[in-house]
Design a protein around this ligand. Structure first.
Ligand code: ADP
Ligand code: MG
Length: 361
């Protein structure tokens, strides 16, 4: 359906330098396919999407859509805008228009629908994203997740053949990511053709038929979600997908703010979509803090989460004799019970830097 051939895009900086953002990028997007685009910031992912719908015409190369080269001078851009919808990170809703008016505006102008037809269809699309109730609301009355769902409804109302999503959940509060991902997932099941730039690895893996890993302005590696996330062949892809999230606490005095730590752990779990791990992580950390207070020993805690295999680990490091309640003579029975109940794999290691306790969950 879309064929991108040897695409280049460069920008001129105010001081006259040329930056090459896209370099010889080629790929194919097939009908009904959901393609995830991942890669480090600044590698040209947004530029690629903007080049595709001619918001930023490419410097050279071809983009063939339905057999026509859309980069040619006389290609009617309005026709492209109808075929290709775009959903942005910051929603881009018209602030002075109601949700329904946001959805009906373009179909009336570009598809020539009457207001009545446009509103009837518009309500259908709002129902699809579960926002019918908010049709009369103004964008300022919506939550971030609702705004993004309204923006998706507005895009759908143009009946596009393909939708480009540029980090659709990255400006949302973590609690609202799920509702927007849910709507996109439903579109994928209905075989809408979609290109989705995202930093959410688990989402990219689960939703896509194919993953493109972009690096330095071109497609560095592509493959099925399992290939890219579990068996990447090339070095930069390997480093990128194995990235692990860490939350660190360095506790040197017993006057730490326990409530603040708990709330950081909660936020961490919500951000990385593992609310079910919140209790076990908090409980283990809490037990370690009680021991820290009891023995007055500084401890360093790393809570890590691997987005791909869903495992989370707590690593506690400290000097001297072990603090592990599982190995101490004077251990508190309740602490032992709690820790055993929360973690299925517990290890103690003596390292040159001191004791290292690992709790997996
Ligand atoms: P990504 O979406 O992968 O983070 P972008 O496509 O936004 O990357 O940007 C890639 C590079 O292109 C960045 O270095 C950015 O500064 C540069 N760039 C993007 N748009 C412009 C522009 N309009 N003018 C100049 N430089 C730009
Ligand atoms: Mg971007």
């Amino acid at each position: 359906m879309i064929s991108i051939r040897h695409l280049y895009k460069s920008f001129h900086t105010p001081d006259g330098k040329e930056i090459h953002v896209l370099r010889d990028l080629s790929c194919e997007i097939h009908d009904g396919e959901t393609v995830a685009i991942i890669g480090p910031s600044g590698t040209g992912k947004s530029t690629l999407l903007r080049a595709l719908n001619m918001l930023e015409p490419p410097t050279s190369g071809e983009i063939i859509v339905d057999g026509e080269d859309i980069t040619r001078k006389d290609y009617p851009v309005y026709q492209l805008r109808q075929k290709m919808g775009m959903v942005f990170q910051n929603f881009n809703l018209f602030k002075h228009l109601s949700v329904l008016d946001n959805v009906t505006l373009a179909p009336m102008k570009l598809r020539g629908l009457s207001r009545e037809q446009a509103e009837q269809e518009g309500m259908e699309f709002l129902r699809k994203v579960e926002l019918a109730e908010k049709a009369k609301a103004m964008p300022s009355e919506l939550s971030g997740g609702q705004k993004q769902r309204a923006a998706i409804a507005r895009t759908l109302a143009m009946r596009p053949e393909i939708i480009l999503f540029d980090e659709p959940t990255s400006s949302l509060d973590p609690t609202m990511v799920g509702e927007v991902q849910g709507v996109i997932r439903q579109l994928a099941q209905e075989k809408m053709t979609m290109l989705i730039v995202t930093h959410k690895m688990r989402f990219a893996h689960d939703i896509s038929d194919r993953v493109l890993f972009m690096y330095d302005g071109s497609i560095y590696e592509e493959g099925t979600p399992d290939q890219i996330f579990f068996h990447p062949r090339k070095p930069f892809t390997q480093t990128f997908v194995k990235r692990i999230r860490t939350l660190t606490f360095n506790i040197t005095s017993s006057d730490f703010d326990f409530y603040d730590m708990t709330s950081q752990i909660n936020q961490f779990c919500i951000r990385y979509s593992m609310p079910e791990k919140m209790d076990s992580i908090t409980h283990v950390v809490e037990e370690m803090l009680i021991l820290m207070r009891k023995y007055g020993k500084p401890i360093h805690i790393d809570v890590t989460y691997s987005e791909m295999d869903y495992t989370s680990t707590i690593v506690v490091r400290h000097q001297g004799e072990t603090l592990s309640p599982l190995e101490r003579e004077d251990a508190d029975e309740l602490a032992v019970m709690i820790i055993r109940g929360m973690s299925n794999d517990i290890q103690t290691e003596q390292t040159p830097e001191g004791v290292k306790l690992t709790f997996k969950m």
